[in-house]
Design a protein around this ligand. Structure first.
Ligand code: F6R
Length: 592
């Protein structure tokens, strides 16, 4: 899973390095570029960040053709040999790839048998060798043959020594193309490409694209031309640089973004669902991965209260291959900050293919997920750069809560007054979050104790459990401390065995109906030696309290996650972790 870029035009190498910086959210294990000078291909690549690549790039004045890559390792460890681009065996082709070539073992076996030696452990290298093996007198024919030999998900950009065109092959992995006076560009996402070109198109699956300096042509894998629609994309904003960590900046933005999410929802027309779909609705899925899944889990608890029909949160990668029923009475909300997560896009495709209605809830208009869904609702969190998602989670919850309030009203399960009360209650949240942020010194102090924990368990009941799940995910991904979330009532069925001195338990206890039961759970873990921190409007014996203000009971998830985001941040900071780019992760996971 990676970011790829390719261009023909002015200052190709400099622009490729610039683009890789925008694409780094897709992976930051290694970075590299290939470019053509005096008819030969050159590759420069390195383990580490794009910044390091830029430092070692030689002068390439006048070069007008270049490809580039940022890697998140799937096949093969993180090392120089496994970094992209790859040469073909005779250095006639160089390629970058995003995706997974599922038949790479067979391809490698065949190529080995004709004497081709592989220099990396990757699945991608086979593509470069195949291009050279398949070449007789036309690069296009070689690309066509190669495209038909590949199985799996791939977006590949290839350059060669025979002609001055740039070739791209695409199936299932995202690829966009842009045209401007300055050149023609291929890229993994629209946000990056719109720094270079406004006339853009999404390359369809099973398509080959051939770019020259001023134009691009598209062909199917049968070799016949296909037409692809271009549209005008907004020019991307430059990445805002900050002193310190993006994650903290993004947490501090939450009060503003909550306001923005509500205003954006109303301005963009609210629910925007055809009334036919609303009235025949029998089943709703909330589908996402990681933090986006947790927001579905949280809002499902709210939605069940409001709607009285099945509202089922599902992890996208499970939804794709399991037999969750879908028919024309099904509505699926696909939740994704980036809109580029492969599992979520595949899940949307499954819903579409079975006749269900797909509704994207995303922070990225014009993302691959939007193009796969019937309706897209923006969450208006603005760009999120830290790998650990924070403000997007809060905005997903605001948007989904409003969507469900509207849906329940239209379906007749709540009256207008109840719907309006939910809308109005959102307005209290920014100041409630501000209060939590004002207490961040206290959370920072608690972090000092938590940082040495042997494990941290997050517990909660009903709508507090999804908050626990999100708090746990946040802590483990940036601090690397072992952490798990449990519905508090489930502890006694096994996990209680792990409670001992050195363990921390964070108890989220905002549901007033569950306070007595939560007191009991807290007493049980404290009795076994665990340190307990309660996140709640109420006091508990045996627990340090991180107090959250009282708000509408349907909205606690949006508020009580904030101290947990801060806790994860301060613990990771005290442990000296790379907060914005934690190990082994990427901001957007574009492979299944
Ligand atoms: C956690 C995190 C991930 C993402 C997940 C889905 O902090 O960021 O768990 O939430 O990879 O990403 P999107 O929302 O872009 O589909």
């Amino acid at each position: 899973m990676c970011g790829i870029f390719g261009m023909i035009g002015q200052n190709a190498v400099e622009n490729t390095c610039r683009a890789l910086k925008y694409l780094e959210y897709r992976g930051y294990d290694s970075a590299g570029t290939a470019y053509k000078t005096d008819g030969s291909l050159n590759i420069v690549k390195t383990v580490g960040r794009v910044e390091k690549l830029t430092e070692i790039m030689p002068e390439t004045n006048g070069c007008n053709l270049s490809i580039g890559h940022t890697r998140w390792a799937t096949h093969g460890k993180v090392c120089q040999e496994n970094a992209h681009p790859f040469y073909s065996y005779g250095k006639k082709f160089a390629i970058v790839h995003n995706g997974i070539i599922e038949n790479h073992v067979n391809l490698k076996y065949k190529l080995n048998s004709i004497g081709v030696k592989f220099l990396s452990e990757t699945d991608s290298e086979a593509v470069a060798h195949l291009l050279e093996k398949n070449y007789s007198d036309s690069v296009f024919d070689s690309v066509l043959l190669t495209a038909n030999e590949l199985e799996g998900a791939f977006a590949v950009v290839a350059t060669n020594t025979y002609d001055d065109s740039l070739y791209a092959l695409k199936n299932k992995s995202p690829l966009v193309v842009g045209i401007a006076d300055t050149g023609v560009y291929f890229c993994s996402d629209i946000r990056c490409i719109s720094h270079f070109a406004n006339k853009v198109a999404v390359v369809p699956d099973k398509t080959i694209a051939v770019a020259t300096r001023n134009s691009v042509m598209f062909y199917g894998f049968d070799g016949n031309p296909v037409s692809v629609k271009f549209f005008t994309a907004d020019t991307a904003q430059e990445t805002e640089t900050v002193d310190g960590d993006y994650m903290l900046k993004e947490i501090l933005e939450i009060p503003d973004k909550i306001r923005q999410a509500k205003q954006g929802y109303i301005k963009s027309g609210g629910l925007n669902l055809p009334s036919k779909t609303v009235h025949r609705l029998k089943r709703i899925y909330l589908i996402g991965c990681g933090t986006a899944y947790n927001s579905g889990l949280e809002v499902a608890a709210v939605a069940r209260k409001l709607l009285g029909i099945d509202v089922i949160p599902v992890i996208a990668s499970e939804f794709i291959y399991d037999s969750y029923p879908v028919d024309s009475y099904t509505l699926a909300f696909l939740i994704s900050q980036s809109g580029e997560t492969a599992d979520t896009i595949r899940a949307a495709e499954r819903v579409n293919s079975l006749g269900g209605f797909t509704y994207a809830v995303t922070n990225t208009a014009n993302s691959s997920l939007s193009f796969t869904s019937s309706v897209t609702k923006n969450i208006y969190a603005d760009a999120e750069y830290a790998v650990a998602s924070t403000k997007a989670y809060n905005c997903q919850l605001v948007t989904l809560t409003l969507l469900f309030a509207d849906l329940a009203y239209l379906k007749g399960s709540i009256d207008e007054q109840t719907r309006n009360k939910i809308f109005d209650s959102i307005d209290v949240l920014p100041s409630a979050v501000d209060k939590v942020l004002e207490d961040s010194y206290q959370i920072s102090r608690i972090a000092e104790e938590v940082k040495d924990s042997s494990a941290v368990f997050f517990i909660g009941r009903t709508a507090d459990y999804p908050t626990a799940a999100e708090g746990s995910l946040k802590l483990k991904e940036i601090s690397y401390i072992h952490s798990e979330a449990y519905p508090a009532g489930e502890l006694k069925h096994g996990t209680l065995a792990l409670m001992e001195k050195g363990v921390t338990v964070v108890a989220i206890a905002c549901d007033s109906a569950q306070i007595d039961k939560m007191s009991l759970s807290i007493a049980e873990v404290a009795a076994r030696g665990a340190r307990v921190i309660a996140v709640s409007p109420y006091n508990f014996d045996n627990a340090a309290l991180v107090k959250v203000p009282v708000v509408n009971k349907l909205l606690y998830g949006i508020l009580s996650v904030v101290p947990l985001q801060l806790l994860a941040y301060y613990v990771a900071k005290r442990l000296g972790r790379d907060i914005d780019k934690p190990r082994n992760l990427a901001k957007s996971v574009t492979v299944e």
